[in-house]
Design a protein around this ligand. Structure first.
Ligand SMILES: C[C@H](O)CC(=O)C(=O)O
Ligand SMILES: [Mn+2]
Length: 337
């Protein structure tokens, strides 16, 4: 039994970074290779979870059930996971994903809205799926609130609850206090999902592990929203050096990153000015491309849009506000000229 169980999220969180353009061929190739490298969990879904393919969130090139099925077909070791945000994905979507072979589901809510996850968690458990509560934008709630919400998810039946640093805004001490509190208050596993917008994904992940988190997310070659997540192959190497077992084959992961994932990246994953602004302003990482498009359309600075979104505490599901904010800025700029 590995000490730390890693969920590879490039085929879900990375969907944001490539504008939801995954093909069946790409998912098949990547999932097959990750399975051979013995990654415990591989998450495959639209970036915004089941049912995310909409004008609001971005249309997928390929029906996500086809992508999930493609991954299931080549994974005899790895469990295929799906993400579901209540309000975007439905119980029907969950049942369909389960029917085609998804073994784990992560039910994601804003950090203060765990109560909306109840029926989805209950249904997932009834279906016999491993079930995870995923508390997004965890930097926006004080520790006590986070604990309260995590306990709710556990009371509905979640096997694990994650602290999700959606904006890549948490500092290491803030991760430590959150994970420590959850580990002492919950009976199940505690997990951590990072974004690298402030270059802290690895440091924060190690802080989480030090405080007792045993479920950790990573994206190979950093293929995730914003500046990406904790880079999985690097994490495997670091943990190996620390004597922590992940059960994952390091050389195979390096090869997948170099020869399969890097060639499909539209551009190398790095901390750009906009990626950095996400972490600095505490904005949802998946807003990056939306804000960049709005900035171009309205001829305003994308950083100003992101800073304003942060001030207004805009969260996932409010993507239409990105356009509103950009339009307002353009109007103001015009008035000044
Ligand atoms: C729907 C989001 O992209 C989920 C996630 O990965 C995060 O909040 O971070
Ligand atoms: Mn994420």
């Amino acid at each position: 039994m590995p000490d730390i169980k890693i969920t590879e999220v490039a085929l879900r969180d990375g969907s944001h970074a490539i504008n939801h353009q995954y093909t069946v061929e790409q998912v098949t190739q990547i999932a097959r290779a990750l399975n051979e490298a013995r990654v415990p969990y591989i998450e495959v879904t639209h970036g915004d979870g089941l049912g995310g393919s909409t004008l609001q969130y971005g249309l997928s090139k390929t029906d996500e059930l086809k992508l999930i099925e493609a991954a299931v077909n080549v994974a005899d070791f790895s469990k295929i996971s799906v993400l579901l945000l209540p309000g975007i994905g439905t119980i029907k979507d969950l049942k369909e994903a389960h029917k085609i072979g998804a073994k784990m589901v992560r039910i994601a809510t804003h950090v203060t809205e765990a109560d909306v996850s109840k029926q989805h968690i209950v249904t997932a458990k009834e279906l016999g799926m491993e079930t995870v509560g995923f508390l997004m934008m965890s930097h926006m709630a004080p520790v006590e609130k986070l604990v309260e919400q995590a306990k709710l998810m556990e009371s509905y039946g979640a096997d694990s609850v994650y602290v999700v640093d959606s904006a890549g805004a948490l500092l290491p001490n803030q991760v430590s206090e959150r994970i420590k509190a959850l580990c002492s208050e919950l009976n199940g596993n505690v997990g951590f999902h990072a974004h690298n917008n402030l270059s802290l994904a690895m440091g924060n992940t190690l802080a989480a592990i030090e405080q007792g988190a045993t479920r950790i997310d990573g994206s190979i070659r950093c293929l995730g929203a914003g500046a990406g997540n904790t880079q999985t192959e690097v994490l495997v190497a670091v943990l190996e050096k620390m004597g922590i077992d992940t059960g994952i084959d390091l050389y195979k992961m390096m090869d997948i990153a170099e020869y399969i994932v890097a060639p499909i990246l539209p551009k190398p994953q790095e901390i750009t000015k906009d990626g950095l602004t996400l972490g600095y302003a505490g904005v949802y990482s998946s807003f990056l491309l939306h804000a960049e498009r709005a900035a171009k359309r309205f001829n305003v600075d994308s950083r100003d849009i992101l800073i304003e979104l942060g001030k207004r505490e805009i969260v996932g599901g409010q993507e239409d506000m990105i356009i509103d904010v950009a339009a307002e800025m353009a109007k103001k700029n015009k008035a000044v000229v």
